[in-house]
Write a protein of this length. Structure first.
Length: 422
């Protein structure tokens, strides 16, 4: 497998290689603190409603900037937008590291790559644009494998740092952000130097009538012209993202309430990544042979089983098994996914980007940001209110019910994007 991966890696376009390496190191920084962001906010005095508010404010800002950013990705190239996102991440890590009150975390959440400029979709745009149809899903899956292997070390390192620095509290978690800052700065310089510009699908003309905002709106109207299933796909992405954000911020609180220690958290992350890696290869191959939708239908139900086990786990050790099976419903809480069910994200996201024509993918990324923001604002606020009212299990279960009852039937009405062999 290692020899096959090495040979396959050598044949890849240089831009794909640089993004694989750069995002891999970036994810080391992201994952080393990902599980602790919400716990850090709670240790600084934030309630569940406050945590929902943090996510909603960040989503509101993204709502405002998504449309112009999508147009900018086509006008100024994906590389420049990725570098801008990395600069925002450096600033975000600085706010996390220096914060003494949860209110100071507002700009940190707003500028974070998990909310404002997410790099994984930009990487996926590059893969889908550069690679041929029957190699796209496997490249997507291999990217998750490579990034996931690096993320295992991040999880273990985080557990050691938090335990030795004082446990799951502000003092113990804060050092993670110093490490995150260092890694983000390194990736920013690496990508600036090594990444070649990705060709633009088209040149957006300057000097259109009206304001720049009106021009951007017109660009997005053109995005849907002639695309028969894009509106339906937009609805699917909205519902999936709503499901993701409904429970995403509160799963760490539930896990800790079940008695999880930093080492249990580390073992959960490590186990989930290992299983996601193994099944991502399978997901990629299935998606490139039998079709994207069938691969998604096959793997997504594991998430529902994982959520059930997460709820009924009689001891913290069972949480590790839940992580292996999967419990992250929605548009992908982590780029690698969570457990076996997390591998379903690979065929899903491949099909989404193939639905958007190559010359429109910058605006497609902007549309994705718009969808994420509109869905995340009510999802986080509603879930935070329910959590504070004691409806924790409802917050965990609702996303799975939404995906099974709404997303699955809707997905059956759109065609698979895998092109038949000639």
């Amino acid at each position: 497998m290692l020899a096959g991966f090495t040979g396959f890696f050598k044949e890849l376009d240089k831009r794909v290689k640089v993004i694989l390496i750069g995002i891999g190191i970036y994810n080391l920084g992201r994952y080393i603190a990902a599980q602790y962001n919400v716990l850090f906010a709670e240790s600084l005095g934030a309630t569940a409603v406050d945590i929902g508010l943090l996510t909603s404010i960040a989503s509101a800002v993204k709502l405002i900037v998504s449309i112009p950013l999508g147009s900018a990705a086509e006008k100024y190239t994906v590389k420049k937008i990725m570098l801008l996102g990395l600069m925002f991440d450096v600033i975000s890590a600085t706010f996390f590291a220096l914060s003494g009150n949860w209110l100071i975390l507002i700009p940190a959440f707003v500028l974070s790559g998990q909310t404002l400029i997410t790099l994984a979709p930009l990487a996926d745009i590059t893969f889908v644009t550069v690679m041929e149809s029957r190699k796209r899903a496997i490249v997507m899956s291999l990217s998750r494998v490579f990034w996931g292997i690096l993320s295992v070390f991040a999880s273990i390192a985080a557990a050691i740092i938090v335990t030795n620095a004082g446990g799951i509290n502000a003092q113990g978690i804060r050092p993670l952000y110093y490490v995150q800052f260092t890694l983000y700065v390194f990736v920013l310089f690496f990508m600036t130097r090594e990444l070649e510009a990705i060709p633009r699908g088209r040149n957006l003309k300057d000097g259109k009538s009206g304001s720049k905002w009106n021009s951007s709106i017109q660009d997005y109207r053109e995005l849907f012209k002639g695309e028969k299933y894009l509106k339906r796909w937009t609805a699917i992405r909205f519902i999936e993202t709503f499901a993701q954000y409904f429970s995403m911020s509160f799963i760490p609180l539930w896990i800790v309430s079940k008695g999880a220690t930093p080492y249990i958290l580390s073992m959960m992350t490590t186990t989930s990544i290992i299983f996601a890696l193994m099944f991502n290869i399978l997901a990629g191959r299935l998606a490139d042979t039998m079709g994207r939708k069938k691969a998604f239908y096959l793997l997504a139900p594991f998430n529902y089983l994982g959520i059930l086990l997460l709820i009924i786990a009689p001891s913290p050790e069972y949480l590790i098994l839940a992580a292996a099976i999967g419990y992250a419903v929605g548009s992908g809480v982590l780029a690698t996914g969570v457990g076996i069910g997390g591998a379903s994200f690979t065929p899903f996201i491949t099909m989404w980007w193939e639905t958007v024509p190559a010359e429109k993918r910058g605006r497609g990324w902007g549309l994705e940001g718009l969808i994420t923001s509109i869905a995340a604002i009510p999802a986080s606020m509603i879930a935070g209110f329910l959590w504070d009212q004691g409806f924790m299990i409802a917050v965990l279960v609702f996303p799975a019910l939404l995906e099974a009852a709404v997303v699955m039937p809707l997905l059956s009405t759109v065609p698979d994007t895998l092109r038949p062999k000639k």
